[in-house]
Design a protein around this ligand. Structure first.
Ligand code: SOE
Length: 391
């Protein structure tokens, strides 16, 4: 009989919803090595979490994360809370012997991330950062092609992650715009994803030179009761300071000599959740666009000269041809954003049963955090920064 793993999930908003769907769907489509029980959902607001429990299909609700991480009934703790609580919850969960899946960025600082890694290693638990985009079949296919040498020597990694939800100055000062809670802005939230993809697909960053900018420095406070109440409302509104970046860009060099060019912004008007990646090598190039996520474009320099050009690989073949796809639909019946979380959960559960780590572990989370911090240090000093100099 398969083992049963009981999950306690902390945080139930956007990511909590995506993860709940993944916990529910994973066993329906993939041969999991354990039976998974969606045991407890947890959040601070007792009424809100009860509603989420019913909507998202969890057995129990709790409004104290300590009860969840200490419960002998729980095997896995899944962290989807704002970034400032990742470390405290993950360390307590590890100390209680729970396997931990944690949303990105792993922590607020390198130091915190290292403490999380140390706690996880000491407890010998399975630990993983939810960089879900690694498990887009097209990205996993790109990794396979690069590993097989289809691109030859890599020269360039160019990535842009653009959203536009902050262009409106009326967007209030939510937690993602407060450094104490989020660590950084577009940088830690979405640059972290493309840094992870760069590390996954190309290698470790050696040095970086960055620039970070805040376009709107003050925003209405969330609890501002005067907001929208008549003609004087605007002048009387209570405003708070935005303490994170709206956009972060950097160039860099990988240890293997490839050059990097990354950009993250929440001001890319018209770009809702746009991730574009191009990798150029000596034998070929790859291009990926998240808005067309079932497709990978490949330029093969060995094609006959009279028919060279980027070809479309529709990454939707089953039978083990394309990563993950075989467990979904017949060829060509495309998948979407939510599937990336399902693939993450599948690999995580099987890793828990096998007792073998699966990427990206907290160790990779620490490395990602080090790149984030190197870019911040560079943006402040205006100088190049070696990633290894960040302790
Ligand atoms: C908000 O910018 C956000 O939800 C990120 O936090 C996620 O990691 C990203 O995948 C989508 O956008």
């Amino acid at each position: 009989m398969a083992k049963t793993l009981r999950v306690g999930m902390i945080g139930y908003r956007f990511m909590g919803k995506a993860h709940s769907n993944a916990w529910r769907q994973a066993p329906r489509f993939f041969p999991l090595k354990a039976h998974v029980e969606m045991h407890t959902i947890c959040g601070r607001d007792a009424a809100g979490v009860q509603q989420a429990r019913v909507q998202l299909g969890w057995q129990h609700a709790s409004h104290d994360w300590r009860d969840v991480v200490e419960s002998p009934l729980i095997d896995i703790v899944d962290i989807n809370t704002p970034n400032d609580s990742h470390a405290e919850i993950a360390i307590a969960a590890a100390q209680n012997g729970k396997h931990v899946l944690c949303e990105k960025p792993l922590a607020l600082t390198v130091k915190q991330a290292e403490q999380m890694l140390a706690a996880a290693q000491k407890a010998k638990i399975i630990h993983m950062v939810c960089h879900n985009y690694r498990r887009i079949p097209a990205i996993a296919q790109a990794k396979k092609m690069i590993t097989e040498g289809a691109l030859g020597r890599i020269f360039h990694f160019r990535a842009r992650y653009a959203q536009d939800w902050l262009v409106d100055p009326e967007v209030p000062l939510i937690w993602r715009l407060q450094k104490g809670v989020s660590g950084s802005g577009a940088h830690g939230d979405i640059n972290a994803h493309i840094i992870d993809l760069g590390r996954y697909l190309v290698g470790e960053f050696q040095e970086v030179c960055g620039m970070m900018h805040t376009f709107v420095n003050e925003r209405p406070l969330l609890d501002d009761s005067s907001k929208g109440s008549g003609l004087t409302a605007k002048g009387a509104r209570k405003m708070g300071k935005v303490t994170v970046d709206d956009a972060a860009m950097f160039i860099g060099r990988f240890e293997n000599g490839a050059l990097a060019n990354l950009e993250a912004t929440r001001y890319g008007l018209g770009r809702k959740n746009h991730i574009e990646i191009e990798i150029n090598g000596s034998k070929g190039s790859l291009f990926f666009d998240f808005e067309d996520m079932n497709r990978l474009k490949f330029y093969n320099n060995e094609d006959a000269k009279d028919r060279q050009g980027f070809r479309d690989i529709l990454v939707t073949q089953g039978g083990g041809v394309h990563p993950y796809f075989g467990n979904w639909w017949p060829i060509g019946h495309i998948i979407g954003y939510e599937h990336t979380f399902i693939h993450t959960v599948v690999d995580f559960v099987n890793a828990c049963v096998d007792g073998k780590l699966t990427q990206p572990t907290f160790e990779e989370g620490v490395k990602n955090q080090r790149v984030l911090e190197a870019v911040e240090t560079s943006a402040k000093s205006g100088k190049w920064v070696k990633v290894s100099s960040i302790k």
